[in-house]
Design a protein around this ligand. Structure first.
Ligand code: PEP
Ligand code: MN
Length: 339
């Protein structure tokens, strides 16, 4: 970090800050400019309490240099991480683009098995479907629970697709891990640190969705919770954030893809379904996300969106999903990657 002193800070104030920093076990390197002094603090200060420096007389501000997240950052690991998922061990982060698709919720066996075969046919490598659904309205469909997980496991047996489903509570982490290949942490739970630790401890790969009001740093710090529990298999997922806009359900900030690539080694997927809320926008945002360098997509597909129990408005029909996959494949190839 760099401590920036106020213009005109006195020598004894600078000396005091130097002493405080050195007491923290860091080295100091003061730079005396014409109108202000800055002090570089050298060493890993991530576990250091900066409060006494911030409060010291003559200090204007502290500028951090290292990221607050260690294990998620490129400072620790410069090469991209690869996370192998599902029966075929699809390597997210390897340069291949992987698409996970399926309904928002598992509604019944017929619906899920039908959609699983359709998305597989179109080229998806993963099947999504919620068995435990986080719903804003408690009286709406909240998922089938364990019977939904059993249906997902059967679909995996029939298709070889990697199963992705959400874990909503610490109490269900082990149960869901018995059935799923990739454990999803939903946007509403990104800040649920006990849940992050519980899913990490299952040892399964984790798909961490960004909270809709979470900052970039908070998102990576949530990933850090999982990594710091010893589970390195973290895949980030941008699913849109809440803004003043009303023409979309959420605003999809695709610039997070290059931002993650610059600062982290973790793979990142994009969810254009929750990221827009409207089926007609989903194909374009799938193309754009892949063009931006996303490692994959997670897309809601339903055999009958009009009658879907959850998120019908943003679900593609299998037919539109198939067309979208063909367009995505062309873009993936144009940027020198494979689907
Ligand atoms: C979902 O994937 O269906 C879901 C609820 O996502 P999010 O947590 O991003 O809202
Ligand atoms: Mn959904």
């Amino acid at each position: 970090m760099i401590v920036v002193m106020e213009p005109g800070a006195k020598d004894q104030q600078v000396d005091h800050v130097v002493k405080l920093i050195e007491e923290m076990g860091l080295q100091t390197h003061p730079i005396y400019g014409t109108d202000r002094t800055v002090i570089a603090a050298i060493g890993d200060k991530r576990n250091v309490d900066k409060y006494p420096i911030e409060q010291a007389p003559g200090v204007e501000k502290i500028v951090p240099i290292l990221s607050p997240y260690k294990r998620a950052s490129k400072e620790l690991r410069a090469e991209p991480s690869t996370v192998a998922v599902g029966p075929a061990g699809f390597p997210f982060g390897s340069g291949r683009v992987g698409v996970i698709a399926g309904p928002c919720s598992v509604e019944d066996r017929g619906q899920l098995i039908e959609v699983a075969h359709a998305v597989k046919e179109a080229g998806a490598i993963g099947l999504r479907g919620g068995a435990f659904k986080p719903r804003t309205d408690p009286y709406s469909f909240r998922g089938l629970g364990e019977p939904g997980l059993e249906i997902l496991a059967e679909a995996r047996e029939q298709t070889g697709l990697a199963v992705t489903t959400e874990v909503m509570g610490v109490a269900e982490a082990e149960l869901v891990a018995k059935y799923a290949d990739l454990l999803q942490i939903g946007a509403r739970n990104m800040h649920n640190f006990n849940l992050l630790m519980a899913v990490a401890q299952t040892g399964k790969p984790v798909l961490l969705k960004r909270g809709f009001s979470a900052s970039f740093d908070e998102f990576l710090l949530a990933a850090e919770y999982i990594l710091s529990e010893g589970n390195q298999q973290v895949i980030l997922c941008e699913r849109g954030i809440r803004t003043h806009e009303t023409y979309v359900r959420n605003t999809l900030p695709l610039a997070i893809v290059p931002a993650v690539k610059r600062r982290s080694h973790l793979p990142i997927l994009v969810d254009p379904s929750h990221g827009t809320g409207h089926a007609y926008m989903v194909p374009s945002m799938c193309r754009a996300a892949v063009a931006a360098g996303a490692d994959g997509l997670i897309v809601e597909v339903h055999p009958d969106p009009e009658h879907a129990l959850t998120d019908g408005a943003q679900s593609l029909t299998p037919e539109v999903f198939g067309e979208t996959m063909q367009e995505v494949r062309r873009i993936v190839e144009a940027i020198g990657r494979t689907l």
